[in-house]
Design a protein around this ligand. Structure first.
Ligand SMILES: *[C@@H]1O[C@H](CO)[C@@H](O)[C@H](O)[C@H]1NC(C)=O
Length: 168
């Protein structure tokens, strides 16, 4: 007889255990952007439009999801492309084993594999080489299409398909 209340209690308990997806979907859970900031990164390394993410806080393994791939120019120079799913490992001041983010250097699209914050500099590494940018360039999230140089940053309408990345 005493097993029944315990069973009910455990069923209720199980139903109240949040699944990782439920955590990501809850309104009061941190956004991908505030999470980045909690690891000491500026929000501007992540474009607007993240629809979901998951994070294993024990390892730092994460995925972030966009509705579509996303391209824009980085402060008027390099072109960046984010796939609709990006992943990697996050820790304070460091993103490693990054996957899904590319930069166009000359004629080549190279994977950005590491992003490191070093004081007021952001260092983007493509493995063989890296480039530094001032952190001030990343205080706001860029928009797909027009990036950091959108005329109306409040606008919800922005280009999904950037003309300079026809192969995506
Ligand atoms: C992503 O797509 C869904 C379904 O089409 C839509 O409701 C949502 O507004 C889109 N989100 C963004 C950020 O574009």
């Amino acid at each position: 007889m005493s097993g029944v209340p315990i069973l009910i209690a455990s069923v209720l308990f199980l139903f109240h255990l949040p699944s990782p997806l439920a955590v990501a979907a809850e309104a009061d859970s941190p956004t991908a952007y505030s999470l980045l900031q909690s690891y000491n990164f500026p929000v501007g390394i992540l474009p607007k439009g993240v629809v979901a993410y998951d994070l294993d806080t024990s390892t730092g393994k994460f995925h972030a999801y966009f509705n579509d791939s996303c391209s824009f120019s980085l402060v008027g120079s390099y072109k960046l492309n984010y796939k609709s799913t990006i992943s990697g490992y996050i820790s304070e001041n460091k993103l490693t084993q990054l996957s899904g983010v590319k930069v166009k250097v000359l004629f080549l699209w190279l994977n950005i594999v590491e992003v490191t914050r070093n004081g007021d500099k952001m260092e983007f590494s493509v493995g063989i080489t890296s480039a530094d940018f001032a952190i001030q360039e990343f205080l706001e999230s860029p928009q797909c299409g027009c990036g950091f140089e959108c005329k109306d940053s409040k606008s919800e309408m922005f280009e999904r398909n950037s003309p300079f990345v026809s192969s995506y």
